[in-house]
Unconditional design. Sequence first.
Length: 267
Amino acid sequence: MSSYAITGASKGIGQEFVRQLVADEANTVLAIVRNPTSGNISELASKHPNLHVIKGDVTDPQSILEAASAAAAITGGKLDVLIHNSNAVDMASMGSSPSQLPFDTQAIRDIFDPSISTGIYGGLWTTNAFLPLIEKGSQKKIVHISTAMADTTLIKNTGISYAVAYSVAKAGMNVQVAKYAAELAPKGIKVLALSPGWVDTWEGEKPAPVVQADEVMLKQFQSWDPECKGQILPEESVSKCLQVIEHLDAKDSGLLLSQNGDQLNWF
């Protein structure tokens, strides 16, 4: 029997983590969401008694502390695996390269804040809030969902200059993960930054600009991996990620790994 807490669990990759984990009735799954009554997650909970939906906003330290307290009441004060999946981006600036960003203090803050608040600040508060539970768990694993877009070698080799704030925030996340791994190693706690791959989480029909952007990205990603055929579905991504998490050990703690468990096959 294993216990899992997943932030950002109401949609996309986070919801898919929940869906696959609750399929094993021996698991206790805690979905941390800002709105517990949102349709998909509440519907899942109605079908799976081992799923507990908890209100929690990773950008609000008091809220995530309360979520950890609610989780402790369910699990008896312990947790095996924490998956920090929450993420937000400023979509309007995703296609801009750094030299195209505005000379405007507030505009820059508005561009960077969503990704930094969820990835770095939220990652810090969530990890610290749930750490006492992880210390009492049996697996002692903390996973932050990151991206290969923060890998400097990939950026250099593919020429991907856009998605600046998103990539910078994830790079900061990766460093924060390494710092946690260094601090928590004596306690037997493993901390990992995990890239889920290039995943199609778009809801509904994609507008033409998004389709065109995907085509550009595919060509750039193929310069890294000629076998890349395009985006993968959340089901495939999460299935692979769970395998990486299952095999996470002290050797890989502190690293950024792909959904394939290495630092090469990002797609």
